[in-house]
Design a protein around this ligand. Sequence first.
Ligand SMILES: C[S@@+](CC[C@H](N)C(=O)[O-])C[C@H]1O[C@@H](n2cnc3c(N)ncnc32)[C@H](O)[C@@H]1O
Length: 428
Amino acid sequence: MSANNNKDLNTAVNPTSNTAVTTLIMLANAGYDKASEILEYMGIERETFFRETDPNDMLNRPSDIVRELRYVALNRTIEETGYQNLMDLPCGYTPKVFEFTAKGMNYNGCDLPAVINDFAPLIESMADDEIKNRIHFSVVDVTNYESMKAAADKLEGPVCIATEGLTVYLNSDEHTRLFRNIRRILQEKGGCWLNSDAETVEYYMAVYKAVAKEKAGELMRAVTRGFGSQSDTNFVQQHAGVAQQRKEGSWSVDYDAIEAGYKKLGLRVEKIPYYRDDLQLRLYSKMSAEEIERLKENIKHVNVWKVTADPDFDDNKKIQQKTEEIGDLPFEVKSEVKDGVFSVSIRGRMDTITSPELLKQFREAGEVKEIRVDVSQMAYVSSAGLRVLLMMYKSLENKDRFELNGVNDTVREILETTGFDQFLLKEV
Ligand SMILES: C[S@@+](CC[C@H](N)C(=O)[O-])C[C@H]1O[C@@H](n2cnc3c(N)ncnc32)[C@H](O)[C@@H]1O
């Protein structure tokens, strides 16, 4: 079996795919029948996820509302763009596929291998013939342009790329790559990117202030700790790649600075409010009239960011020059074990799609006392690749016996921005 089809290896290199089922469960609880049906097809019993609404439950109830609010606001915005093609990035397990094919759109669900390997066959078994030919799935790592391009090309003409629940899991280097890849896709195909995550702090706080009032700050702190435990990134520092500050339980984010960051990468931002007079949530039935009023008021300043590409912007040459130094080589891992020494050379991009292979070879090596990694031909390393290097490093009793050799400028820059240089690079 290829390492890429192995669920255990896939989730080990990037545990964020485990978060994908959360929204599905929350939507099922909010009363979305298709969400319950997907869970049923996944073999998850209703009793294991269904909960009666408890107004005193300050953990699950606000989280359910947050998810439904974001889902409804984003879906409405997708519809309003009028595009025929939806690239759901990342799709997780949500029922968008049914909502949008029912509206006559073509759909491509894009996510990491761990999700797509499960979700694609499941939806294919649920879908009827009428919509089957409008449904696609693609394994995509957002840091990997080739995977994004292959996915976008399954849809003919301009695309609406829709994102929810992704960017909080990316480190700042991954953000930059996501932005660049999105820009290139939009320049080539036309269309827009709807990022409902851009104001994550705001929509969480809008709901928390509506239902938990003075406990809102406390809940926000708990949720950011949650994000932190599901990825290696520090949500507070990395949110949209720009640091934000917390002041006495309230959060202040410099959205102008964030928007300037988009612009620097050739992306234009238009802000589409979550709020509409006619906005309806199914969970209103589980909220008091005061809570609903407070929520409506609070979301007036929260936006989905509709992003389009500046057609004249071009930094691809600069990037090409950089990768030419290493060459655009296909990914390859070559390893051997001799006298307890695991020696490995890695070529190409090490991201969520490719790094399961390294983990597989490392696990097959058994117990080792020394590790030598040659990264001279490594073109890029994402947080998934870093995670595997970290697992290897941690497995050693004597950490001094971990060697990273041939570190080129690209890899060094990533190690330095993520702080991994502190332990993976000897000379630091
Ligand atoms: C919280 S889930 C959100 C999924 C879906 N949009 C939803 O609302 O349920 C986060 C998703 O991001 C995906 N993900 C994380 N890192 C990714 C990457 N580098 N490329 C593509 N998808 C990624 C995970 O596999 C997971 O499905």
